[in-house]
Design a protein around this ligand. Structure first.
Ligand SMILES: C[S@@+](CC[C@H](N)C(=O)[O-])C[C@H]1O[C@@H](n2cnc3c(N)ncnc32)[C@H](O)[C@@H]1O
Length: 282
């Protein structure tokens, strides 16, 4: 199995989301045992946050909503290591949410400071707002459209509150894993042309898990769509930054330096990660 094994015509959007949920729920059973997630390292005190978000987002002493939190390791790192006052992590995979609560309890983090809620990010309706909404690394690609996501962000920010996202750059999403600096291979759409469906018995964290639910569906969201969804939801975009490294080995030819993956041999840098900060007007 390679990361570009296409799985035929995609089903309708809601079936895509349901299949994604089944797939992520199973991945959440296996990810705690992988080196990529390194739960033991986290329990020993290592933060799972990357330096990009630590440098670009000052969340100390603030309340935070973390969307698509998966196993909650970043949520807990914000609270334990970066002084976030209290965080709520949301994910639609029940096993991810249960595991996040277990890791929180093993780490001795006060449950009042780290709550985890099982919910589709498009349907979050919490009875409170937050000073920061955060999401990162492998998030909006799984959403068929961004309007409801952006509404979730806006509805849960306090006036003057900050939204921050760091994720794979939409520019890089269409290229196949066999791409090199001399040969970027188009393997999917850049513009939103519907779901890109693949079948994998695994993820970036490992292969051959023995999953029952192999099929998953991703969706391209170019920068214009991301920015417009947030602006239409009422946010003011403060910055968009392009970064010449990937947070995972997007192409086989990429090489890692200090936790960041680069494509060797490029004459000019290309963007593989973006970060964006926006604010709900006070
Ligand atoms: C790549 S992981 C999250 C990234 C996180 N930085 C990490 O590595 O732990 C993607 C997460 O998004 C969640 N997810 C995907 N679609 C979702 C949706 N519609 N609502 C809520 N969670 C969703 C999955 O369950 C999974 O936990």
């Amino acid at each position: 199995m390679t990361p570009d094994d296409t799985a035929g015509d995609p089903p309708d959007h809601e079936t895509c989301v349901a299949e994604n949920r089944a797939h992520w729920d199973e991945l959440a059973e296996h990810h705690p045992d992988t080196d990529a997630y390194d739960v033991e390292g986290f329990l020993r005190g290592e933060s799972t946050l990357r330096r990009l978000e630590r440098e670009e987002l000052d969340a100390a002493e603030r309340t935070m909503l973390h969307l698509q939190c998966h196993l909650g390791l970043d949520t807990l790192s914000w609270v334990r290591d970066e002084g976030v006052a209290a965080a709520t992590g949301v994910d639609f995979a029940p096993t991810a949410v249960e595991t996040a609560r277990e890791i929180r309890d093993r780490a001795g983090v006060d449950p009042e400071r780290a709550r985890f809620v099982e919910r589709d990010v498009r349907e979050v309706e919490l009875d409170r707002t937050f000073e920061v909404v955060f999401t990162s690394y492998g998030t909006i690609y799984w959403l068929p459209a961004l309007a409801e996501w952006a509404e979730t962000v806006a509805a849960h920010l306090e006036p003057g509150g900050v939204f921050y996202i760091a994720d794979g750059h939409p520019f890089a999403a269409p290229f196949g894993h066999e791409s090199t600096a001399d040969d970027l291979r188009l393997a999917g759409p850049y513009f939103d042309e519907g779901a890109r469906s693949v079948e994998h018995d695994g993820s970036y964290a490992g292969w051959n898990f023995g999953l029952d639910s192999w099929r998953k569906h991703g969706f391209s969201h170019p920068p214009g769509e991301i920015v417009t969804a947030l602006v239409e939801a009422g946010l003011r975009v403060e910055c968009w930054h392009d970064h010449p490294w990937s947070f995972f080995q997007r192409f086989d030819a990429m090489e890692e330096r200090d936790g960041r993956w680069y494509l060797p041999g490029l004459e000019y840098d290309l963007p593989f990660t973006f970060s964006l900060r926006a604010r709900l007007p006070a």
